[in-house]
Design a protein around this ligand. Sequence first.
Ligand code: AP5
Ligand code: MG
Length: 209
Amino acid sequence: MKLIFLGPPGAGKGTLAAKAVDIVGVPHISTGAIFREAIAAKSELGLKVKAIIDAGKLVDDDTTIALVKERLAQADTQKGYILDGFPRTIPQAQALAGFSVVEKVINFDIPDSGVLERLGGRRVCRKCGFNFHIVFNKPTTEGVCDHCGGEVYTRDDDRPEAVQKRLEVYRAQTAPLIDYYRQQGVLLDIDARPAVDEIVTEFKRSLGF
Ligand code: AP5
Ligand code: MG
């Protein structure tokens, strides 16, 4: 199954995707995670995108589209994928339509207050990328990932100024994708406010798993 997870920053896309991979049996592809790995590796891509991401802006369409096109050419995506954080602009969605046919777009519906609460307390594993939260999903030992023992840190783009910018960018450039995909008849709205387990149940129900 070919799925897109669409929603504002901090809506819980990465958290649900980590659970959905076992339900759907397809890889989780997060453009944000790919960029963060490139930044950590100090690769050419990482050096190019670090300042943009830290400021809460979008990486340019050409770079992002090329990255996803290459990733979707790999064999493990033949049965499908969960694209988390791509597309984020209409040109990205149009480009994607040229190399893959998306089946469903899950639209994570959450007010700004929920986003601020989630991003304000998020902590991320530097090694495996798992998303913790200081209230809703604490690591057993502070600062240490339960899954791989990696260091748990606060993302640079979770600073309040960057979060405001990401919300502005979401409204201006990404939210128009809701109508774009609704008109194509592939959009499924999901209430992203409840606890993770409830969202997983709703996700399974709406997709027939
Ligand atoms: P990206 O990494 O995609 O960031 P984002 O879209 O801003 O989304 P987040 O990862 O912040 O939130 P999420 O929805 O995954 O929430 P999470 O599950 O962590 O992109 C980062 C940057 O890369 C972009 O700003 C841009 O610069 C660049 N980029 C990426 N893709 C791009 C593209 N296509 N084009 C151009 N540039 C691109 O949850 C958040 C917190 O809430 C966690 O602490 C979690 O534990 C907690 N939580 C989750 N669900 C629940 C729940 N149900 N109840 C309680 N707590 C919950
Ligand atoms: Mg994420």
